[in-house]
Write a protein that binds this ligand. Sequence first.
Ligand code: MG
Ligand code: ZN
Length: 358
Amino acid sequence: MQKEPAHSPYANSSGQAKNVILLIGDGMGLAQISAALYSNNNKLALEQFTSIGLHKSSSASDLITDSAAGATAFACGIKTYNGAIGVTSDTLPCYTILEEAESRGYATGMIATSTIVHATPAAFIAHQPIRIFYEEIAEDFLKTDIDLFIGGGKRYFDRREKDNRDLYAELKGKGYFVSDYSVEELSDVMLTSKRNFAYFTADKHPLPAMAGRDYLPLATKMACSFLSKRSEHGFFLMVEGSQIDWCGHANDGQLAIGETIDFDKAIAAALSFAKRDGQTLVIVTADHESGGMALNPGSEMNKINARFTTNGHTGAMVPVFAYGPSESLFTGIYENTEIYYKIRQAMGFSTEAPSPAP
Ligand code: MG
Ligand code: ZN
């Protein structure tokens, strides 16, 4: 039995989560969080979390993971090689938590600020040996009945290079309500919970937050409300702040701060739903840190002197924040693959992973 911390609002609950919202800040380490905090009047929604842990982010092939192996660890509970999308080290498909939730009758959704076929969302729904198989990953979306997805990458669906399939039209054929940035703003969409929903926010990658992209918090709010109406069992939603990572690669502290503050607003939206709902577990973490970012001497409140040690990823342990039923499972130090098992346990799924993939 896990001991609930005294300050947890769920100390007396049965601990089972009806809904799970997993928010992944790609490349978001403690420095990115700290820089955002000190650039946002010393306040973040993240501070409301009551159970905090650390995960060890290594992959099967490298001490320093990439986002594909990192997301596969969360999605399937396995360590695999860098570049793997929902497959084992032997390139066999692994059954993801999203796929299992769907087959158990839960509503499912994903939101990203990259293309929706990029490594992090892809690993929850697709099975491909290499992360750059974007058109194949788009095809894998059509093999599922994911209730909602919102992100960039329209071109991988409707103007493909490898074939003439129009997956945008095929989604409509499957009964989805499909729309995109060229038709209407996400905020103008009249969502009906009667149909699955797909919305493309860009042809390829969406803009950075500091260039005006602001849909992530709204999309998170919409998704919680939409998904909670789609199934009485509950829902699984993955929300990615995709571009924090890219700021690490670019060694751009200001951009990283902008992306992390935007991601924190999405966290606030998820928390707000969870607090009203009372049956929702919210987990915030990252796949790895990016850039070896530091808040160097000379930093002041609202004026961070960010420095970087690399334009790649780093191997530092990654913080995990949890709020809601079973949140105390997420305290302590554990492997990234444990996130998967902890989510299963919180949702009341058997503690053994199902296998093999369908
Ligand atoms: Mg990513
Ligand atoms: Zn990266």
